[in-house]
Each structure stands twice: as C-alpha cells, then as structure tokens.
Write a protein that binds this ligand. Sequence first.
Ligand code: PGA
Length: 249
Amino acid sequence: MRRTLVAANWKMNGSKDLVQSLIGELREPLSSLDNGVGVVIIPPALYVSDVSERLAGTSLALGVQNIARWDSGAYTGEIAAAMVADAGARYTLIGHSERRQLFGETDDDVAEKVQQALNSKLTVILCVGETLEERQGGLAGQVVRNQISRGLAGVSGQGWQSVVIAYEPVWAIGTGKTATSDDAQAMHREIRSLLAELGAPADDVSLLYGGSVKPDNAAALFAQPDIDGGLIGGASLNAQDFIRICQSA
Ligand code: PGA
C-alpha cells in the first residue's frame, strides 16, 4: 500500500556500539513521530538480530541490504530471504547501485531476488537509477524503465503490495549532489506511468528518492506529489540528521 516511508541504509558501517547508541537515540523520537511516516532501519545483516531486539515495542521496521537468489543450500557466505524474515526483518533492498556496480548484479539476478523476497513475505525496496554518463546521454528514463520492467518481471497481483521502488541516480549517491526536486519528481512520475503500463496498481506503490538526501533538502523532495519518502545513506548514521529527515516526510 502506498505510504510515506523513510529507510536508513547503513551500508557496511556500524558496530555493536553504534547499534546501541544510534538505536538508543532514534527509538524515542521516531516512535513518537505524528506525521504517519513509516521508518525502516537497514543495518548490515550481522546486526539485524541486535537491532531487532532494540526496536522491540516500537513501530520502527527492520530490513536488510541484500538477499540471496536461492532458497537454501551450498552458497557459502549468502543469506536467504527466509532467514531474514526469521530474524525479524520485513524489508530488503534489492539491486542497490553499489551491488550492481561493484558486484556485477544484473537485472536477472534482481528478478530472482525479488521472487525470493516475495516468497518469504518480505517487502522489496527495488533500487534503480542511471549513471551520470547515461543521464548526459539522454538515457536516464530508458535505463530506469529497463531496470524496473526486468527486475519486476515476475511480480503480479497481490505481489505489488510488497513492492517499493527507490529511485537513486547513481551520480547523487554519497556525492553531495542531489537531483533537483523537479527532476526527481519528473522521474518518479515516469516510474508511476511505467507501473501502470506493467499492470501494477501504480497509485498504491510507494516511490522513494535516494541520493544525498540531507535535513536541508529532504522537505522539498518529499513535498513532490510522486515522491513518497526517501532512502537515506550517509545521513542515516547521524541520529539528529536522520530524525530531522523523518520529521520532514
Ligand atoms: P547517500 O546514499 O544518502 O549517502 O547518498 C543513499 C543510498 O545509497 O541508498
């Protein structure tokens, strides 16, 4: 169902100490938000159980940054969707640009992971976005369309209820450069019309923006009609910044 969401992607950062201090600082202010925003914390998988215990009794949800393409078996180093659900997480990022660029993840891998997630009743946060070169070449819309139509090729019917899309232009991630609110809105609108073409209930799918979202640009982005929240990297590691971003959603 379409709702406002702000998700904290910690990437490969953190420690037991950070889990304790950051969740300690976030728990109270984020539990008492009165703007209806759903907050999802996405730590490294190793800390999911720890974060889960510390979030107990709050409305904050938990996610992971990646899952395996397979159910179970001889896949050393991998973590199955069912294990993630078992550990108390409800969301998984899939196809983050760092996984696509650094680990060679393809749209076919993404599509398999989406199926795994849906089979285990996880909500997918599918990450899509173009590189600077692709944007400068006028290809941004086509790249994003391909990533979505291929990555979500196996989704139908009720499955759409468990899909969120995060548009994250690669050139804006961790760089301090953000798409203007107008450019971000234009891409989000295009994504929504693509979803309708794909037979999805387009108005019910939450679309997040990601890429250098900070307290001082969050409100303008979130005010756009087709932007339903954000996927926050760097700023999610600072409690005060993350709280301010959640407050502006
Ligand atoms: P950033 O990362 O906010 O640090 O740019 C966003 C992301 O990669 O999800």
